[in-house]
Design a protein around this ligand. Structure first.
Ligand SMILES: [Zn+2]
Ligand SMILES: [Zn+2]
Length: 362
């Protein structure tokens, strides 16, 4: 349960024209527009004007009813924007540097308290008082909760990372979901294997998979990616992978990034291998586990869901640095205006859709 500050400890920010958010009401219904003429910023809160948001696969799963979500809800959790107001007490980025009005930023999908047992154990993405952008029923004083809006109200406990002006918005918007999740998966892999000498197999060449390919390849790993789509395989090669239609040789690190190839992932790990499950973020039939084989192969199996603030900072630094060598700016296939958010979601769920569809509120 979150505790809201009394109103006199909040800072009122008036917006003229009003901010607008697209509110999802349920499966089969078009979005409604909600106008938000003012925001009450609590201590360490931040108000951001959104430059660009991208549609994640989980937004598509929600609107198609493959997973349940509380409506009314502002979807979208992959965004880049610019700070236009900072609440009492100021706010710092992931490195402890003061953030200021005018900074271009990305922010974590999660809002964590920082003090509960899970936060202090380093798994703030599972905070006891967790809130998530793009996932919460809108409530009074916190309407601007998702990416499909002109503005986002970032609450204290959000990891905010400053990003360079020179990077394309299309590269940066997915940082707070796909890239940071891939970074978290490779961080987990690096606990058992040195990436520079590892054979890495990535199952699924969606944006999480492709990001994992680039991060692993850049670290020196020999990376193979498996995806049934010839277009995605061709694109994956530009990210540094050998691309196959079906798994070939076994690997030291197997990253399952599709949610559809868990059995293949378990089968493809070599002795002392590490299988990292990251794509299973929607309900699916259980997968059999051949326990004897897991034991005899000395396997490690990890689940990775979302990421820590440090992972987001690492992912953003990668995109701003060595990641420039990979075509992250080509992942957005089309942009839609905010009023066309229903069409954007339909385009993102169409067969053969590009890796990302963007929603541009400006
Ligand atoms: Zn996502
Ligand atoms: Zn917490």
């Amino acid at each position: 349960m979150r505790v809201l500050l009394p109103h006199d400890e909040r800072e009122d920010v008036t917006l003229r024209p009003a901010a607008t958010a697209k509110v999802w009401l349920g499966v089969g219904q078009n979005h409604e527009t909600v106008a938000v003429p003012g925001v009450a910023l609590g201590r360490h809160d931040v108000l951001v004007v959104i430059e660009l948001s991208t549609v994640c696969g989980s937004d598509v799963h929600t609107v198609s009813g493959h997973r349940t979500a509380p409506a009314p809800l502002v979807l979208g959790h992959e965004s880049v924007g610019r700070i236009i107001a900072v609440g009492e007490g100021g706010v710092e980025d992931a490195e402890g540097q003061t953030l200021r009005v005018g900074d271009r930023v990305v922010w974590s999908v999660t809002v964590s308290c920082g003090t509960c047992d899970r936060c202090t154990a380093g798994v703030g993405q599972k905070c006891r008082a967790l809130a998530k952008y793009g996932h919460e029923r809108i409530e009074p004083r916190w309407e601007l909760t998702g990416g499909f809006a002109t503005h986002a109200h970032l609450r204290a406990g959000t990891t905010i990372v400053r990003v360079p002006e020179a990077l394309p918005a299309a590269t940066l918007a997915p940082a707070s979901c796909a890239t940071a999740t891939a970074w978290a998966a490779l961080e987990r892999a690096s606990r058992t294997h040195a990436l520079e000498t590892a054979r890495v197999l990535v199952l699924g060449a969606g944006l999480v998979g492709l990001s994992a390919v680039a991060i692993a390849a850049d670290a020196g790993a020999a990376v193979t990616v498996v995806d049934p789509s010839p277009q995605r395989r061709a694109f994956a090669e530009k990210f540094g992978a050998t691309a196959l239609a079906t798994p070939g040789e076994n690997a030291d690190i197997v990253i399952e990034a599709s949610g559809h190839a868990v059995a293949d992932a378990l089968a493809a790990a070599d002795v002392a291998g590490h299988v990292i499950l990251v794509g299973s973020v929607f309900p699916a039939a259980p997968v059999g586990l051949e326990a004897e084989s897991v034991v005899r192969r000395l396997l490690t199996i990890s689940g990775v869901h979302n990421y820590t603030g440090r992972d987001l900072a690492g992912a953003a630094a990668f995109l701003a640095g060595r990641g420039r060598g990979y075509p992250f700016d080509e992942v957005v296939g089309a942009q839609y205006g905010l009023d066309d958010v229903d069409a954007a979601l339909a385009a993102a769920s169409a067969p053969g859709a590009p890796l990302r569809i963007a929603v541009n509120p400006r």
